[in-house]
Design a binder for this molecule. Structure first.
Ligand SMILES: *Cc1c(COP(=O)(O)O)cnc(C)c1O
Length: 459
């Protein structure tokens, strides 16, 4: 008989988590104003809020922490980190930062100016923020297929070369660089193919532009290339990652994702002029060049994390778990963004809570229902997150209304996935009885989702 799949690690340390009663959760959710960001971590049984900084470090990473060198300048841990990054990416210049958005802040301070246009595939919200706050435009050139949640294609995160070329043709002089997000987080953790990265490079060369990879989940992207793209089955993840980065000029990285550390990030590039320009902003914003925003020990743990998470077995365990959860949802008929992404499942709330009007925020309602059902905390990626139109102040109902279930790396077991799927099924089974959603009591003018106060609609 064929042996079943199992994790590529065993467990050395455990952290107890607590269940609660429905009555307790009703009280806590009310106190949190129906906004799960306002819950205390201890009020959550299974936490799927984000995969950022929530992963479990390995024994080798914890050992590396003890070996960290806290020298202000020239830390040994910095050189270890730089060596690993150089080996994986081929980039010679490395600047550590305290997280991904800090890498964006430092590099974009040097590269982006008012009136610029930065084309890419679904810029992440901090990336967009760092472009727009400099009065530049983040131009989304993602393939149109990404918007159809039920369409099953292997590389739904791709850049549309036609849209990119149109932007280059019309505005070449305003484009400081092209940015490609791997995997495409906003489109549901969907990967970008090597062929697409090559096409972006070809267009960049044609118009004499440089390319940055926003690389938070580059290892998961390499895994999808290996398992889905013709010609890569026999290559290692490290070979594929190197081939990907051969097509870029530099990268920004949130190490809280594929670096499997709780905090950290970096910039890396092959170009001395970019490094020199970024250096000037690293020192005042982050810190001296050989630590940026990081402790020596954290750089040491990140060096190990990057090395481990560019090995096939580790990635296979992770992606398998996300796909396992998706297979249970398939069994129950629950609609989600297909195919399953690398780091999360996105439930299509507008197809589940069909009786809740959009004005009463179906995805947020589903987020609350899942928490009440089993103490599981997901995250609304929908109409509340979309904020209001800056000019008309109307809610933006044009995009998708999703409940994201982000899976932390190496934290939960497949049994937890069964609990998540069963809890969702229970909500799904009574979906037709859910006719009212939530309404806003108070909201911040910008980024309202973190602090918004809500109440059950009509009550
Ligand atoms: C998380 C993330 C960032 C920002 O990184 P932080 O570490 O959260 O500051 C940027 N881009 C992508 C694609 C991300 O997922």
């Amino acid at each position: 008989m064929e042996l079943p799949f199992a994790e590529s690690w065993k467990i050395k340390m455990v952290e107890p988590i607590k269940k609660s009663t429905r009555a307790e959760r009703e009280q806590w959710l009310k106190e949190a104003n129906y906004n799960v960001f306002q819950l205390e971590g201890d009020q959550v049984y299974i936490d799927l809020l984000t995969d950022s900084g929530t992963g479990a470090m390995s024994d080798r990473q914890w050992a590396a922490l003890m070996m960290g060198d806290e020298s202000y300048a020239g830390s040994r841990s910095f050189y270890q980190l730089k060596d690993v990054i150089n080996r994986i990416t081929g980039f010679d210049y490395v600047i550590p930062t305290h997280q991904g958005r800090a890498a964006e802040n430092v590099l974009f301070s040097a590269l982006v100016k008012e009136g610029d246009i930065v084309p890419g595939n679904s810029h992440f919200d901090t990336t967009k923020g760092h472009i727009e706050s400099r009065k530049a435009v983040a131009l989304d050139c993602t393939v149109d297929e990404a918007k159809d949640t039920q369409l099953e294609i292997p590389f739904k995160g791709n850049v549309d070369p036609k849209k990119l070329e149109a932007a280059l043709e019309q505005n070449a002089d305003k484009i400081p660089f092209i940015i490609v997000t791997i995997t495409n987080n906003t489109a549901g953790g969907q990967p970008v193919s090597m062929a697409n990265l090559r096409e972006v490079r070809r267009l960049a060369d044609k118009y004499n532009k440089r390319v940055i990879f926003d690389s938070a989940r580059f290892a998961e992207n390499a895994y999808f290339i290996k398992t889905r793209e013709e010609g890569y089955a026999d290559k290692t993840i490290k070979e594929i990652a190197h081939e990907m980065f051969d097509l870029a000029d530099g990268m920004t990285m949130s190490a809280k994702k594929d670096g499997i550390v709780n905090m950290g990030g970096f910039i890396a590039t092959r170009h001395e002029d970019w490094y020199e320009a970024a250096k000037k902003f690293c020192i005042p914003f982050e810190g001296y060049l050989t630590y940026g925003g990081m402790n020596g020990r954290d750089m040491a743990a990140l060096a190990v994390g990057l090395d481990e998470n560019t090995e096939f077995d580790n990635l296979e365990t992770r992606i398998h778990q996300v796909e396992y959860l998706a297979s249970l949802l398939d069994e129950y008929g629950i609609p989600y963004q297909r195919p399953a992404g690398g780091h999360a499942i996105f439930i299509d709330a507008s197809k589940v809570l069909t009786n809740v009007p959009k004005e009463e925020f179906p995805a947020q309602t589903l987020t609350c229902e899942l928490y009440l059902e089993a103490g599981i905390r997901g995250c609304e990626i929908g109409y509340i997150l979309a904020d209001r139109d800056p000019v008309t102040r109307e809610n933006r109902f044009g995009g998708l209304d999703l409940l994201r279930l982000a899976i932390a790396r190496r934290v939960y077991t497949d049994n937890h996935m069964k609990v998540i799927a069963a809890a969702l099924k229970n909500v799904y089974d009574r979906r037709n009885e859910i006719t009212r959603g939530v309404e806003i009591v108070w909201e911040a003018p910008l980024m309202r989702h973190f602090t918004v106060k809500l109440k059950p609609a009509g009550k």
